[in-house]
Design a protein around this ligand. Structure first.
Ligand code: 1HN
Length: 349
């Protein structure tokens, strides 16, 4: 089992070249790299992107590139361990920061990758998803599930900036990534009202959904003010050393709201140092409010508001609130839903 396997150099060169010429390769020289013993070989690095670094570049992008020349004015957070040009924050998660200036619109389209927006700053932004206009306030999570039309606009003043998270690396990686452009000014498809009025309160859903097949994506916007308040309530009943963490779910299934990516919010209590359970999923942490440190596999990364950190699979993570008096709030994107569906999700003690 632990024997050294044969290398390419151990084979006659003409034999190996012949294999290559016939589009074949021997497995054994690559087997250990592709299937390491005990733990994956992780290319994803625990990279921190500081908002104070990225923001000026994004504002500059707004001056250099008109929205018509960009469609989506985004700077992508690229993990160097995965190759910058591959635009992966982790092997499965794409993260970008998107800027929209007052009066601009990012045109209507739909695509096969799943996407979400998490609002970082600015007022007056909105996303229209499937004909439903969703206001974008700081900290709100907005879903744009696969196949649903979506466009962005800005009716306020000053820049609006949000974080985009997509399963693009995954969908692109299986040759399944494409989009469809809508006609400009395509009318709103439905006028049945706001999902936040239909699903205003956790634990209760519109009655008809018990008998009819509920929509696949009934709730498209999760207002931060509700999530923040729910975290504060949860903190009151969560023992020390246990995470104050809420999962964003589909109100009908009680399960993750998208098929591949999962979203959660974490409250770090004053002075708290939280050792997270090591697990198989990769993740991206984004700081909503507060500051502190993330220790990832022994290396310490300081974080402040709106910073973003990539967490490799199987990483040992400890999150520390930098304040002894105030709370720190984090937003997490992970690929745990995908791992669960594939039957490879693991949590280690
Ligand atoms: C996309 O559709 C958006 O709708 C943002 O705002 C970023 C990155 C790759 C592919 C599609 C958006 C995207 C994207």
């Amino acid at each position: 089992m632990s024997e050294q396997l044969g290398r390419v150099e151990d084979l006659p060169k003409d034999y190996y070249d012949g294999l290559v010429s016939r589009n074949t390769l021997p497995l054994w020289p690559s087997l250990r790299a592709m299937l390491p013993h005990g733990m994956p070989g992780r290319r994803t690095q625990p990279v921190m992107w500081r908002y104070q670094d990225v923001r000026p570049d994004l504002i500059k992008a707004g001056e250099l590139t008109p929205i018509e020349k960009a469609e989506r004015r985004v700077l992508v957070l690229c993990n160097p361990g995965l190759g910058l040009q591959n635009m992966q924050a982790t092997a499965s998660i794409y993260i970008g920061l998107q800027l929209i200036q007052p009066g601009e619109t990012a045109p209507n389209h739909r695509h096969t990758p799943s996407a979400v927006r998490f609002v970082i700053e600015g007022e007056g932004g909105f996303t229209v998803v499937n004909g439903e206009k969703l206001p974008m306030e700081k900290g709100d999570l907005i879903l744009t599930p696969p196949g649903l039309w979506h466009e962005h606009g800005h009716e306020g003043r000053g820049p609006v900036i949000w974080l985009d998270a997509l399963d693009l690396p995954l969908i692109y990686g299986i040759d399944a990534s494409y989009s469809t452009e809508a006609q400009r000014g395509q009318p709103l498809r439905k006028a049945t009202g706001d999902c936040n009025l239909r699903y205003a309160q956790g634990g209760v859903v519109p009655y008809a959904a018990l008998d009819d097949k509920p929509e696949a994506f009934p709730l498209l916007r999760f207002p931060w003010k509700d999530v923040r308040a729910a975290l504060q309530s949860l903190a009151r009943v969560t023992p020390a050393a246990e995470p104050v963490q809420l999962a964003y779910v589909n109100p009908h299934t009680g399960r993750e709201c998208l098929a591949t990516l999962g979203f959660s919010a974490i409250l770090l209590r004053p002075g708290e140092s939280l050792r997270m359970k090591r697990r198989s999923a990769s993740a991206v942490l984004h700081v909503v409010e507060g500051a502190g440190q993330a220790q990832v596999d022994g290396a310490t990364h300081d974080f402040g508001a709106a910073d973003t950190l990539a967490l490799p699979t199987h990483a040992q993570v400890t999150l520390t609130n930098g304040s002894a008096t105030g709370e720190t709030y984090l937003f997490m994107v992970d690929d745990a839903p995908l791992h669960r569906k594939l039957g490879i999700y693991e949590v280690f003690e």
